[in-house]
Design a binder for this molecule. Structure first.
Ligand SMILES: Nc1ncnc2c1ncn2[C@@H]1O[C@H](COP(=O)(O)OP(=O)(O)OP(=O)(O)O)[C@@H](O)[C@H]1O
Ligand SMILES: [Mg+2]
Length: 359
């Protein structure tokens, strides 16, 4: 007779998903398209690790990009296991960093009671730095300066490292501002959001005993939306998992839309270089769209560079044709949208329709 756990997997997962969920030790990348059940794989893997392999729930950590996604994942696993509250760490990268720094922050020069700056506080510090350097806020927009500093931190460049690679007038000025900003941050015993990651990486690479302890607490590490990780987050994952660690990363290189926020699709493209011997699982069955929609989007995405490639399929049938309307201007576009909604209204609820625009 089949055991309860494997029956549960059979009932809710397809064979490719089961292969990823029941992957043993060592690194694996689950490469999958939109709506193919990537997040479901993470959830069931946590369940499987605890229920089937007997892994201590407090030695598993899962990282997501939003608090909402983390809360949903936690709830799902709690329900599957009937375990409330779940002692597993399920949260955002920033939250993980915060917990680490609250515990060991003194090792990287933080005070025990450090506080986290919000964007308004950060802008305030940049303005102070500008004043101290005798630069005007009109020539150097505080927001632009702040993005440059954030970019540097996401690349793990401290002021000295940023300075030595700075090119051109703007970057040279920013390197002075960055140094000043860090000084002010220290005086206020504050950290910004980016520091939560970069200081955690510093802590783990510098303090061997902390790294060992934290790695022990992170016997299994799972990361959702891996295509959105930036360099600092990648280094955190690497520090936690090590080259041959029990890392499960799931992601879709075709959904990498955050390069402006520092996301590096190379993290997914070069996964096997970072984690030699990694197993690659692909999920190509989609549960959200009709085959027609998958084929149309697939044909568009095929033009992207930097991809590993996959072909999504579904059992939900061909569905209706995709319609392309080339509007002459904005007014024409609006009229067409309204007419289309009115036509669809006879058969569907307005609440089940969505209009997407670019900006
Ligand atoms: N094996 C399955 N059987 C039935 N439904 C499934 C299966 N796997 C996933 N689904 C459903 O497909 C939808 C997409 O799943 P999920 O959110 O896990 O996908 P995803 O790949 O993480 O999507 P995204 O690319 O948006 O992050 C959900 O509604 C989920 O319940
Ligand atoms: Mg998902």
């Amino acid at each position: 007779m089949k055991k309860a756990v494997s029956l549960e997997l059979d009932r809710h997962l397809n064979p490719e998903q089961i292969a990823a969920v029941t992957h043993g030790e060592g690194p694996q990348l689950v490469l999958a398209g939109a709506g193919s059940g990537k997040t479901r794989v993470i959830t069931y893997r946590i369940y499987w690790l605890i229920e089937e392999l007997g892994v201590d729930p407090s030695r598993i950590a899962a990282m997501t990009f939003t608090n909402k996604a983390a809360a949903e994942m936690r709830e799902r696993v709690e329900d599957l296991l009937g375990l409330h509250p779940l002692p597993t760490s399920v949260g955002t990268f920033h939250r993980y960093g915060l917990i680490l720094l609250r515990r060991y922050g003194e090792r990287v020069g933080l005070r025990r009671d450090f506080h986290i700056l919000d964007t308004a506080d950060q802008i305030g510090l940049v303005k102070e730095a500008l004043a101290a350097e005798g630069l005007s806020e009109t020539a150097f927009s505080p927001r632009t300066v702040l993005s440059a500093i954030s970019w540097a931190k996401n690349r793990l460049l401290d002021p000295a490292a940023y300075e030595s690679q700075a090119q051109g007038f703007f970057e040279k000025k920013v390197s002075g501002l960055y140094r000043k900003y860090q000084g002010l941050l220290g005086q206020a015993s504050g950290v910004d959001f980016d520091d939560l990651i970069s200081l955690s990486v510093k802590l783990l690479s510098q303090e061997g005993d902390v790294r060992e302890r934290v790695r022990f607490r992170t016997q299994f590490l799972l990361v959702d939306e891996y295509q959105d990780t930036n360099h600092a987050q990648f280094r955190l994952v690497e520090a936690l998992a090590g080259e041959s660690g029990n890392l499960t990363a799931v992601g879709d290189e075709d959904q990498s839309i955050y390069s402006w926020r520092g996301a590096e699709v190379s993290n997914i493209l070069e996964f096997e270089k970072s984690f030699p011997g990694a197993t690659i699982h692909k999920l190509e069955r989609n549960y959200r769209s009709t085959q027609t929609i998958l084929d149309v989007s697939g044909a568009l995405i095929a033009n992207n560079i930097h991809r590993r490639g996959k072909r999504l399929w579904t059992e939900s049938g061909a569905g209706q044709k995709v319609e392309l309307y080339r509007a002459t201007d904005e007014g024409d576009e609006a009229v067409w949208v309204v007419k289309t909604l009115q036509r669809l209204r006879h058969s569907y609820k307005l609440g089940d329709m969505a209009v997407l625009v670019r900006t």
